[in-house]
Design a protein around this ligand. Structure first.
Ligand SMILES: C[S@@+](CC[C@H](N)C(=O)[O-])C[C@H]1O[C@@H](n2cnc3c(N)ncnc32)[C@H](O)[C@@H]1O
Length: 212
């Protein structure tokens, strides 16, 4: 699976990347009440422009991405000096208020996440096969402090369509995955996307305490 993502980036097969900020982020982030200055974790971040939107709205961003290509493209398309360092197995690049950790999300641990106070998942959970999604939800819960919130944007496919990525994740699975550690609020379901028929669902999550 990992190599498949690296191949996608190498070959430019990145249909998931949006050339504009996701409208659901703009619409719903303010309602989460995340204080300015709070650092936002963006797992499986790609080169999402949503990170720039968060940074412009006074949130330091910590993105985690497997593909070096994605990170280099993000930095090349941005403005400002880039500083680089290593932390454990991660190569970290910082540009302005955005730091990008290149490596496997599942190797990113709580010591490195000390300042994180919110998260943003668009197309991260749904990038993972069913067997890995449980691990993702648990790992995310370990990184997010009690009381902290986040926005989750998932996707539904036609009934019986098990193909992916992106994988379809129904509301019942979202609840099953996250309810043990988060309070959930379903914010909206998008209209079917032209062509694919995929429908996005937007959720607000708040981490329950105590830490897992
Ligand atoms: C569907 S894309 C979504 C990217 C981004 N969130 C967006 O909205 O454009 C999933 C991304 O996760 C990355 N990825 C997959 N598995 C990963 C892992 N275990 N750790 C870090 N990144 C991973 C892939 O390289 C890919 O860029």
């Amino acid at each position: 699976m990992d190599n498949e993502w690296l191949a996608r980036w190498r070959q430019g097969r990145i249909g998931f990347h949006r050339s504009e900020v996701h409208p659901a982020l703009v619409r719903h982030w303010p309602s989460l009440g995340v204080k300015a200055g709070t650092k936002v974790l963006v797992p499986l971040c790609g080169k999402s422009l949503d990170m720039r939107w968060l940074a412009r709205h006074d949130h330091p961003v910590l993105g985690i991405e497997l593909a070096g290509e994605a990170i280099e493209q993000f930095l090349a398309e941005g403005v400002g000096e880039v500083s680089r360092y290593h932390h454990d197995s991660f190569a970290v690049s910082r540009q302005g208020n955005v730091e990008l950790w290149q490596g496997d999300f599942f190797h990113f641990h709580i010591e490195a996440a000390a300042e994180i106070g919110a998260f943003y998942d668009r197309a991260a959970l749904i990038a993972l096969p069913e067997a890995t999604r449980q691990r993702y939800a648990f790992h995310l819960a370990q990184l997010i402090p009690p009381g902290a919130g986040g926005l989750l944007i998932t996707l539904r496919r036609a009934p019986g369509d098990d193909a992916g990525p992106p994988y379809g994740v129904e509301a019942a699975e979202v609840r099953e995955l996250f309810e043990p550690n988060f309070a959930l609020s379903h914010l909206e379901d998008g209209a079917p996307e032209p062509g694919s028929g995929f429908r996005e669902s937007v959720w607000a999550l708040t981490r329950r305490g105590p830490k897992v």
